[in-house]
Design a protein. Structure first.
Length: 678
């Protein structure tokens, strides 16, 4: 038993020892693994920390390098003062050390008063606060260097964190040279504008001086052609008239070119017949073409649009120029105006081509053909004359109408000029120029004109219309006549000795009785677009620019005087429409409902406006009257009620001049005009 027990104990002890040895080995293995793992982690962490340290050092060095080598001045500010600056800052302000800059107060780094009127410190603090609030700000700064010199700077302020603290980084740049260059550029621009204005004024003045005698030449030559002449006399007179018309064409080209350059030439949008337009152009030149033994043909497609929306006056001007050139440069053969229409999505593509068999031109010439004052060569000017402006104006007019004028030409074989436009079709009523017919009117006219030739022309034209007339040579004589005689209308030249038309018109509007309501038509050679407004503002009812045709004068007088045989007085003549409905339809194409609504609204609101004006004048409430007249003027302009617009403008002027009696007279005339047409 003892032996068995001993064996069991030895066996158990052996097993225990074996288990201990196994556990001990396991613990050793685990310890070794833990040590290796710890060592690996330590190595990895160490490498990561080392990498981060190197990155931070690299970033610090990069920032320090950028900070120190930046060509712009860089300054760091905390909540109290400057904390650092780069070398460019010292160079900008002319300082020797960073310490010297950091000790300098902000107000000593700039002029006492900045450009915006604030003190240097207030100006800086305002933008620093703005940068802290928004994160960034940009300010202008008038800086002062150590030597007292002043410079212009632009400062960009940025809010940022530096070493855990909020700071402002200010980047400063000297912009003195840039500002000086900008100032020089602005001065040059203003000088150019003044030169352009002077040029425009010169062109207008020269035009005025030329137009006055030109009106006399055209008028007298037209009158002379109506008298019995022998063949030679008629030829001389026709040549005189043709030369005057050519000179007038040159003047108009110069004026159009000047307007286009100044951006003051406007393109209309009215309904017109393209076929009738082309036929009119060809009819105008048929006689001239036959004189040179040339055939002038018109080719029209079988199907053509009835009406298009565009500017027929400017299209006609281009075609007249092209056909005129074709006849000028062609000695034999034929000239052809071909018209083609192609339907597009929402418009009609129109091509007007003028083909001739003339002298043609080289490709080099074609490249400069549409430049101002350019012709084929100097010999062209000597042989055929002209300024070289016609095609330049035509090309620019085509561009203003969103079209193109092109040319295809071969020397000695001829040229083909093509005007291409995209114009919308329309169902609006056609706006056509009235045919020149002999107009017979009745009434007594007072004519103020100081030029003897123009007096004779006007006398004959008024006689042809059946009008009685009295001619005087100054505004003073106008007033003397009106004091003792009755007239139905005054034709007032605007530039006369002693008293000009403007002063005479203003004085007429201040006369007692019915004379102050007398229609006044201003006659002037001034071709300035704004001159019509000046005439109307002075009290004129209408305006006619010299030189004008007899038909143009008759058409204008027909608006103010009754036709012969009507049995009515001027005041009872058939009233013209209150609104220019064709123009209003052209302004809102394809929308007749809107035009009708606008017309009805204008009638109702104008009725109320006139009542307000009358009540305000009776109560002496000038300010209310002035505001109402101004509002009525704008409303009338928006619906093409031009006579109402002009009358309201005159009421405004009367009130501005402190003359309520004048305003009351204008209002009475306006009420009469409105009641007769509403």
């Amino acid at each position: 038993m003892t032996s068995l027990q001993r064996e069991e104990n030895e066996s158990a002890l052996a097993q225990t020892y074996a288990a201990y040895q196994a556990t001990r080995k396991l613990m050793l293995v685990l310890g070794i693994l833990a040590t290796l793992l710890a060592t690996l982690v330590a190595v990895l962490v160490g490498r990561h920390l080392l990498k981060q340290t190197r990155q931070l050092e690299t970033e610090r060095l990069k920032y320090q390098t950028l900070f120190e080598t930046n060509s712009d001045a860089v300054v760091i500010l905390d909540n109290k003062t400057f904390t650092d600056c780069n070398p460019a800052t010292l160079a900008l302000f002319g300082m020797d050390s960073v310490e010297a800059f950091l000790r300098t107060p902000i107000q000593q780094l700039g002029t006492t008063m900045q450009a915006n009127g604030a003190t240097a410190r207030d100006h800086a603090m305002r933008y620093i606060a703005l940068a802290r609030k928004q994160g960034h700000a940009v300010m202008d700064w008038q800086g002062v260097r150590q030597d007292g010199t002043v410079f212009s700077a632009e400062i960009a302020l940025h809010a940022m964190q530096l070493e855990g603290q909020p700071v402002i980084q200010a980047i400063m740049r000297d912009v003195s040279e840039r500002r000086a260059a900008e100032a020089a550029k602005e001065a040059a621009r203003e000088a150019a504008l003044k030169i352009a204005q002077s040029k425009s004024e010169f062109v207008a003045n020269v035009s005025h001086e030329i137009r006055t005698p030109m009106h006399g030449i055209l008028g007298m030559s037209s009158l002379l052609l109506k008298t019995p002449l022998n063949g030679q006399q008629r030829e001389y007179t026709a040549t005189l008239k043709s030369s005057a018309e050519s000179l007038l064409t040159i003047i108009n080209d110069i004026l159009d070119f000047s307007k286009i350059e100044a951006g003051k030439l406007e393109i209309e949008q009215i309904a017109f017949s393209p076929v009738a337009l082309a036929q009119g152009v060809v009819a105008l030149f048929q006689a001239r073409a036959l004189e040179k033994n040339l055939q002038l043909k018109l080719l029209l497609p079988e199907a053509a649009p009835t009406a298009l929306l565009g500017d027929p006056t400017r299209i006609r001007q281009i075609l007249l120029n092209l056909v005129d050139n074709a006849i000028k440069f062609t000695h034999h053969g034929e000239i052809e105006l071909a018209v083609r229409f192609d339907a597009e999505d929402d418009a009609v593509r129109c091509q007007f081509s003028v083909r001739d068999h003339g002298i043609g031109m080289s490709s080099e010439t074609q490249q400069r053909l549409f430049q101002a004052f350019s012709q084929a060569d100097s010999s062209t000017t000597r042989r055929f004359g002209g300024t070289g402006l016609g095609l330049a104006v035509s090309s620019q007019l085509a561009g203003l109408m969103a079209g193109e004028l092109s040319v295809d030409s071969t020397p000695e074989q001829g040229s083909c000029f093509t005007l291409t436009l995209a114009l919308p079709a329309t169902s609006l009523p056609l706006v056509e120029l009235p045919a020149p017919t002999l107009i017979r009117l009745q009434g007594r006219i007072l004519v103020a004109e100081d030029h003897p030739v123009n007096q004779k022309v006007l006398a004959h034209q008024l006689d042809e219309m059946g009008l009685q007339h009295v001619i005087v040579a100054s505004g003073t004589q106008v007033l003397e006549r009106l004091a003792n005689e009755a007239f139905d209308l005054v034709l007032m030249d605007w530039q006369m000795p002693e008293m000009d038309g403007l002063e005479a018109t203003q004085r007429i509007r201040q006369l007692p009785g019915d004379s102050r309501l007398l229609p006044i038509v201003a006659l002037t050679a001034n071709a300035n677009e704004n001159f019509r407004d000046a005439c109307l503002a002075a009290g004129a009812n209408d305006y006619l620019a010299k030189p004008y045709t007899e038909s143009a004068l008759g058409a204008l007088l027909a608006q103010w005087l009754p036709k012969a045989g009507s049995g009515t007085t001027a005041a009872a003549a058939e009233p013209a429409p209150l609104l220019d409905l064709p123009a209003l339809h052209a302004r809102y194409p394809g929308n007749p409902v809107l035009v009708n609504d606008l017309s009805n609204l204008f009638l109702s609101t104008t009725e109320a406006s006139l009542a307000t004006l009358k009540h305000a004048l009776e109560q002496g409430d000038i300010e209310t009257c002035r505001k109402e007249a101004h509002a009525l003027k704008g409303a009338a302009a928006s619906v093409t009620a031009y006579a109402v617009q002009d009358a309201a403008a005159r009421i405004e002027i009367c009130l501005r001049d402190g003359n309520p009696a004048c305003a009351a007279a204008e209002l009475a005339a306006l009420e009469q005009h409105f009641r007769a047409r509403a």
